[in-house]
Design a protein around this ligand. Structure first.
Ligand SMILES: NC(=O)c1ccc[n+]([C@@H]2O[C@H](COP(=O)([O-])OP(=O)(O)OC[C@H]3O[C@@H](n4cnc5c(N)ncnc54)[C@H](OP(=O)(O)O)[C@@H]3O)[C@@H](O)[C@H]2O)c1
Length: 321
């Protein structure tokens, strides 16, 4: 099969489209013919090897040569002990180890995959898993947003952010979206009431405070984030630098004791139920998986460059011929 492979951390230039062995599913696994796979920042991080957590699989060179985690496709074959999905079933979801999706076939146990709704294209389905579940666990579960609350989403114009803005609006929040200047109109179109260009304004220094902040890209100090919260407000970071995450562990409990504000890391728990919940909202068109651009498999490097260089609004999807 064809797959986009790499064997060193670096720019998209290190990626090559190659013929590799088609995976063989174990007895409890399925083989899926991939029709679409979306691009996440986690792929970009896995490509360049930054932040440090992106090197968990291999410190000096990538532990797995194929990136791509959110796939949608058709079950080609099942292992002899697999009973959940039948050949021909249209499935989608996130790969358990965030890898192997930029290819014509993947093998998976299927425990965190779901059946693709028939009303949805493979591209739409592939756009949902990682970004949609991050947003759901952030806004619905951690935020428990009430009507009229003030919510800020940092990185609101990207994949997870575009789902998070729509969810927060659905729950009745007054939403501020933060991203680069190119994405201000896009954030408004998602429903954001206020938008901030992060290159011109620091939301932790403008004196405004929020009930809840979901941060897709945390690089500031824990104290800066606490300053942007109302008393009793909560801040959850999903992505960002390891140095910032360490501060949450070191200072988070102290900040909570002294000010009532929660400053924490959200470790996303991938599971089928949440994938189905966010997908149900998409099927009902209460939340839209916004796809900015589509690329063929051979153009994964261009797709990653587009995201990594800061242009992607919502999701970028690879269509696998
Ligand atoms: N905690 C967990 O368990 C878990 C699980 C999976 C993934 N993750 C992480 O979750 C994050 C999800 O991100 P995503 O896929 O939604 O990424 P994305 O699509 O790239 O969106 C991130 C957005 O943030 C913007 N941004 C960059 N720097 C910013 C800044 N200083 N201030 C405000 N916005 C900024 C980006 O714009 P530019 O174009 O300007 O860069 C982009 O629009 C990733 O970091 C991933 O590693 C965490």
């Amino acid at each position: 099969m064809k797959a986009m492979v790499y064997d060193e951390y670096g720019s998209p230039d290190v990626l090559r489209l190659e013929e590799v062995d088609t995976p063989t599913p174990a007895d409890n696994e399925i083989l899926i013919k991939v029709h679409a796979v979306s691009v996440n920042r986690s792929d970009w991080e896995g490509l360049i090897g930054k932040p440090l957590y992106a090197r968990l699989g291999g410190l000096r060179k990538p532990g797995n040569p194929i990136l791509g985690s959110d796939i949608a496709g058709r079950v080609e074959r099942t292992g002899k002990n697999h009973s959940q999905f039948q050949p021909g079933a249209e499935v989608f979801g996130e790969m358990a180890d965030y890898h192997n999706g930029f290819a014509e076939y993947v093998r998976a146990r299927g425990t965190i995959l779901a059946l693709k709704p028939s009303s949805m294209t493979f591209e739409e389905a592939a756009a949902i898993p990682q970004a949609g579940v991050i947003a759901l666990q952030g806004i619905r579960d951690k935020g428990q947003i009430q009507q009229g609350q003030k919510v800020l989403i940092n990185g609101a114009g990207g994949g997870a952010g575009s789902f998070a803005v729509q969810l927060a609006k659905l729950y009745g929040a007054e939403v501020t979206g933060v991203d680069n200047a190119e994405k201000l109109d896009f954030m408004h179109s998602l429903g954001a009431d206020h938008v901030i260009d992060y290159t011109r304004e620091d939301f932790t220094k403008n004196g405004k405070q929020y009930d809840f902040i979901l941060d897709l890209i945390a690089y500031r100090s824990a104290f800066a984030y606490a300053r942007a919260l109302k008393p009793d407000g909560s801040y959850y970071a999903v992505g960002g630098s390891v140095a910032t995450f360490l501060q949450f562990f070191l200072f988070g409990p102290w900040i909570k004791r002294n000010s009532g504000r929660k400053v924490r890391l959200l470790a996303v728990q991938r599971n089928r139920k949440d994938l189905e919940d966010i997908t149900e909202l998409c099927v009902a068109r209460k939340v839209i998986p916004y796809i900015d651009k589509r690329y063929p498999l051979r153009e994964v490097p261009e797709a990653l460059r587009y995201l990594g260089e800061g242009h992607a609004k919502g999701k970028v999807v690879i269509t696998v011929e």
